[in-house]
Design a protein around this ligand. Structure first.
Ligand SMILES: [Zn+2]
Length: 302
């Protein structure tokens, strides 16, 4: 056995070709590959027995021109029988110095659908974030969203560290953008995960910009969660083959992707990685709900 064979992240870096042709994956004659019926088939109809939850959706508007209203979001979730979503602001043109206005929009959407839309506050560590943190936490925000590139800060910096300390003390999970536009920040993430007791980090897009090193370094930290939106299939396969599935969270990144494509890719690659249907309820919502309730369960390495 070579050293490479012993490395859990490298061990199964190829999608087994024969799994493409298993009967369970083949649509019936006339069934569209882009239909809810096909999703039901791929999942053993998890939608009938479990709540599916999306860990990553934006609400409001972005300086890049994207927009999503709560009505549009709920209609999209309904279309694919997704029960609810974690929602937070875009890189909003009205963010000011503390994201107060976009956070208000997100919280109003939560109040309109309190059982389905879970609000995270978006913050800017370069500005006076403490007041907005207090205001958002006091009214029931369930986590924090940070985007190091858009808000131009470094994770381990003097400015950002007090924010992580505060979220850790309050047991509010922090979702960090670790996708397009980022440099590798794996070491900084590991530093935070090791330093702050009680900190739960959700890696938006599973750090695909630094695969597979990100998994090698971060898999040992049980307080690091991997959110799957817009992760490419080979990275998703590596993730699902090497990390405890109890730490993988389904996400869509609406409106930048669709619920349908995000669900289909995750479910298909989970199958290729050898995870049975019995793991899908956790991947597609159970893990997120436990994390939000402060009761994460991590069942050791997969
Ligand atoms: Zn996003």
């Amino acid at each position: 056995m070579s050293a490479r064979d012993n490395d859990p992240v490298r061990r199964r870096d190829r999608i087994p070709y024969e799994r493409y042709f298993e009967v369970a994956m083949v649509p019936e004659a006339g069934m569209s590959l882009h239909s809810y019926e096909y999703l039901q088939r791929l999942t053993g109809d998890i939608f009938a027995t479990h709540q599916v939850w999306d860990a990553h959706a934006h609400l409001g508007k972005d300086i890049d021109g994207h927009e999503l209203s709560s009505e549009e979001l709920l209609a999209e979730l309904d279309r694919y029988h997704v029960h609810g979503a974690v929602i937070f602001p875009f890189d909003d043109p009205d963010q000011g110095e503390d994201f107060r206005a976009p956070n208000d929009r997100v919280f109003t959407a939560h109040e309109q659908a309190p059982d389905r839309l879970v609000p995270f506050m978006r913050l800017n560590p370069n500005g006076p974030w403490e007041g907005e943190y207090e205001r958002s936490a006091a009214r029931g925000c369930r986590g924090v969203k940070l985007h190091p590139r858009a808000q131009q800060f470094e994770l381990g910096s003097r400015l950002a560290r007090p924010l992580f300390a505060r979220a850790a003390a309050d047991r509010l999970p922090v979702l960090i953008h670790t996708g397009f536009g980022m440099n590798a920040i794996t070491d900084e993430l590991a530093g935070l995960a090791a330093e702050f007791d009680g900190l739960e980090l959700i890696l938006g897009h599973s750090s695909f910009i630094d695969m597979p090193d990100a998994l090698r370094v971060l898999a040992p930290y049980s307080n690091v969660y991997f959110e799957t939106s817009v992760v490419r299939v080979y990275d998703l396969f590596t993730l699902l083959s090497s990390v405890d599935p109890g730490r993988v969270l389904y996400g869509s990144d609406l409106p930048y992707a669709s619920s349908y494509s995000a669900l289909q890719v995750l479910v298909t690659i989970a199958h290729f990685a050898g995870l049975g249907h019995e793991r899908l309820p956790d991947l597609l919502g159970g893990n997120l709900l436990r994390l939000l309730r402060g009761r994460p369960t991590s069942g050791g390495e997969a």
